[in-house]
Design a protein around this ligand. Structure first.
Ligand SMILES: C[S@@+](CC[C@H](N)C(=O)[O-])C[C@H]1O[C@@H](n2cnc3c(N)ncnc32)[C@H](O)[C@@H]1O
Length: 212
């Protein structure tokens, strides 16, 4: 085990446990889906739930549902009457993910929407207290611009993978469009005076943005 793996292991042994349900979902994700590592895991899941408990949003929007791991963690933190809207572009994902949502204790707090977030979100006609951006890395800046008018003042936008495995340190010309997308997003948010922001070096980087 490397030093980093030992620290990760230590952290997981000293934080809230992952529920059996989430553990089974995580295993099923890796067994039955391609790109299982896209799913949030134990640490990030507990952090997302903690953020929801701290922020106490009434409405949450998630861009990029995938197998539903992060969605369940976000929904877990919601108070009575709260609602998570989660958007997934891949319609084949619905057959896997929807039963996991419906079989969970949070079924009545989750609405899954199939379609491109850029089209679905404006159609919802809703405002959100918290947004979790975790879809196509090439489009982060577009998601940010699109979603901004739908975030309540004092609301939060969380963006995942914003260090992109350290690739954000590459010097131009950067060929990989995902790295370029993340860099463009980070540079834009850094100079955006409408928001306060901080980047946590958790996993692949998690940016927390507060709309002033
Ligand atoms: C990293 S995975 C999401 C992981 C999930 N949030 C979690 O942490 O467990 C990204 C997902 O975003 C979806 N996606 C990509 N582009 C999208 C778009 N324009 N609108 C909605 N979903 C999109 C992909 O199909 C994929 O399932």
């Amino acid at each position: 085990m490397t030093e980093t793996e030992r620290i990760d292991d230590y952290i997981l042994n000293h934080i809230d446990k992952e529920s059996d349900y989430l553990h089974r979902l995580y295993r099923a994700t890796h067994l039955h889906l391609l790109y299982g590592r896209m799913a949030s895991g134990h640490l990030q899941g507990r952090l997302l739930k903690m953020f929801v408990t701290m922020i106490r949003p009434k409405t949450i929007l998630e861009l990029g549902t995938y197998s539903g791991y992060s969605g369940l963690c976000l929904a877990e933190g919601l108070e009575e009457g709260g609602m998570l809207h989660t958007v997934e572009v891949n319609d084949e994902q619905e057959d896997f993910t929807l039963p996991w949502f419906q079989g969970s204790p949070y079924a009545d707090r989750i609405k899954m929407h199939i379609g491109d977030a850029m089209e679905v979100v404006p159609r919802l006609g809703l405002k959100f207290d918290m947004v979790f951006i975790d879809a196509d890395k090439r489009c982060y800046k577009d998601y940010y611009d699109m979603v901004f008018p739908y975030v309540n003042p004092g609301g939060y936008i969380l963006a995942d993978n914003t260090l992109w495995d350290g690739h954000v340190l590459e010097t131009p010309p950067v060929r990989d469009p995902q790295t370029r997308g993340i860099m463009e997003f980070n540079d834009f948010v850094a100079q955006d005076e409408r928001v306060e922001k901080v980047i946590l070096p958790l996993r692949d980087g998690l940016t927390i943005i507060r709309v002033k």
